[in-house]
Design a protein. Structure first.
Length: 149
């Protein structure tokens, strides 16, 4: 069974309460539960991790080496400026798919850049929390796993 780690960055613990017109009304617990089941139906074990701290996210990336086959990650605001997270991803062999709930390209200028994207397989943006499923499927496909139920 493939093992994938879902990492959510800062403020995503407030999903459902935080700017619902942008991020929707589902909570992180809702998203994680749904995605864990979605993964399980495709023979994938999904573990979920969220942190508001850059160092904790870096540690989770390091610790994923040898433990996980892939990482699906919403780095949240760190996307736009964390060279440290980018370097952590570049320094492990675990592949990463980046996901953003909102369309970062139609929002404020500072959100248009991802310093993370160049060290990922690809980026899913702007389709709401549904993007987590697309990102997971992209990772499963990358790992040669089973895409349908
Ligand atoms: C986000 C977009 C980021 O710009 C923002 O800082 C977030 C969430 C998204 O999922 O749309 O916290 O990553």
């Amino acid at each position: 069974m493939k093992k994938i780690l879902l990492i959510n960055g800062p403020n995503l613990n407030r999903l459902g309460k935080r700017e619902p017109h942008i991020y929707g009304s589902l909570t992180l617990a809702d998203v994680e539960k749904d995605l864990t089941e979605f993964a399980h139906n495709r023979n994938v074990e999904l573990n979920c991790f969220q942190s508001n701290y850059e160092g904790a996210i870096i540690d989770a990336i390091h610790n994923a080496e040898g433990e996980y086959d892939g990482i699906v990650m919403n780095p949240a605001a760190f996307t736009h400026y964390s060279y440290a997270i980018r370097d952590a991803i570049a320094g492990v062999t675990v592949p990463v798919v980046e996901i953003h709930i909102s369309n970062i390209h139609t929002r404020e200028e500072f959100r248009h850049t991802s310093v993370i994207a160049p060290v990922t397989i690809g980026q899913i943006v702007g389709v709401g929390v549904y993007g987590y499923k697309l990102a997971l499927l992209a990772m499963i496909e990358h790992l040669g796993g089973k895409l349908d139920e």
